[in-house]
Design a protein around this ligand. Structure first.
Ligand code: AR6
Length: 327
């Protein structure tokens, strides 16, 4: 159990957010060192919110560790109220976290902290605040469907701290351009190695269009990547069925592994040439159908690279038209 703490952070200027991921034994000293690294990064802006994922970390903090970290927080004193969410499993660390929150509240620190068991809830809480302040709400409108289970937004899918991001892969599973390139680049070699293993064992001939497989997310803030291969427009038929299958099978895999939050790019609408308006109707119908069959997946984010793509989706989505009664 004596693995030394490993950590990473990412600064998302657009969302005014710092994302931390910590593995191994967590001490107050190593956490302070990590925070110092992030706040001295040139991309850090005072007042940023934060989400830290401690689910792979462990440690037992006594009162002196808690006190030491609280003193550091008071010393940090951001210029305005910020939200820091910690994602943790129940246990010693979470218990220390709760004590820390209590004493920090008592001294009125500008850092508001809360503990969550899954990243999607942490992100919702942090966004609740950041939308009001950075920037004004109308600049980044959020669109929700199916009673809030589906969120449609712009952004870079590789920066999202969800349980799983979906990759618009190709049958080789060995990387490419677009979303695929960005995921492999940021996630690192671990993802490639996991994909190679899948090729050697399950899919020696490549992953067929409409299928999906799960791997680690490597260094991404997400926990897993689900790789799915969309149809190439004009070649793979029946295109609509294959594209729907990408969404349905990805959601089924997430449900099977109890992954509560998922983020999809607009599969097949880049290099594979599927018309974006038609893809919007297929994706929204498939997602509605898949979510009506599971409780496990609580939150699906559909992430578009540009405002223009998001608008095409909103104009063509079929969420309202789909029957969605129970959940
Ligand atoms: N975050 C969110 N969306 C993105 C990002 C990003 N980081 N990057 C691109 N998009 P594509 P496909 C959008 O080409 O059509 C690869 O080479 C982009 O604007 O990534 O399924 C694979 O290896 C577009 O709307 O996926 C395959 O060979 C959408 O994501 C092939 O491309 C999907 O574009 C798969 O093609």
């Amino acid at each position: 159990m004596a693995t030394v703490m490993e950590s990473s952070y990412q600064i998302d200027a657009r969302e005014h957010l710092v994302r931390f991921k910590v593995w191994g034994e967590l001490t107050a000293e190593s956490l302070i060192e990590l925070l110092n690294r992030a706040v001295s990064d040139p991309r850090y802006v005072p007042g940023m919110n934060a989400i830290a994922d401690y689910r792979e970390a462990h440690g037992s903090w006594d009162y002196s560790e808690i006190q030491r970290f609280r003193d550091y927080l008071v010393h940090l004193s951001p210029p305005c109220e910020v939200r820091w969410a910690a994602v943790m499993k129940p246990g010693n660390l979470a218990a220390a976290g709760h004590v820390l929150i209590l004493i920090s509240e008592a001294v009125g620190a500008n850092i508001k902290m809360r503990i969550f068991e899954e990243p999607a809830a942490a992100l919702r809480w942090v966004h609740g605040e950041s939308e009001r302040r950075y920037p004004p709400r109308q600049q980044f409108p959020r669109h929700e469907f199916l009673s809030g289970r589906v969120e449609v937004r712009t952004g870079d899918i590789t920066g999202l701290p969800v349980d799983a991001v979906v990759n618009a892969a190709n049958p080789s599973l060995l990387g490419g351009g677009g979303v695929d390139g960005a995921i492999h680049l940021k996630g690192g070699e671990q993802i490639l190695r996991a994909c190679q293993a899948i090729r050697e064992t399950q899919y020696p001939g490549g992953l067929p269009a409409g299928e999906a497989v799960l791997t680690t997310a490597g260094k991404l803030p997400a926990r897993f990547v689900i790789h799915t291969v969309g149809p190439v427009w004009g070649r793979d038929e029946p295109a609509e069925e294959l594209l729907a299958s990408c969404y349905k099978k990805s959601i089924a895999i997430a449900a099977e592994h109890s992954l509560g939050s998922l983020a999809f790019p607009a599969i097949s609408t880049g290099a594979y040439g599927y018309p974006k308006n038609q893809a919007a109707a297929v994706a929204s119908s498939a997602i509605s159908e898949a979510l009506s069959q599971t409780h496990a997946v609580e939150r699906v984010s559909l992430v578009f690279y540009s405002e223009a793509d998001l608008d095409v989706f909103l104009d063509n989505q079929q969420f309202q038209a789909t029957r969605f009664s129970r959940y």
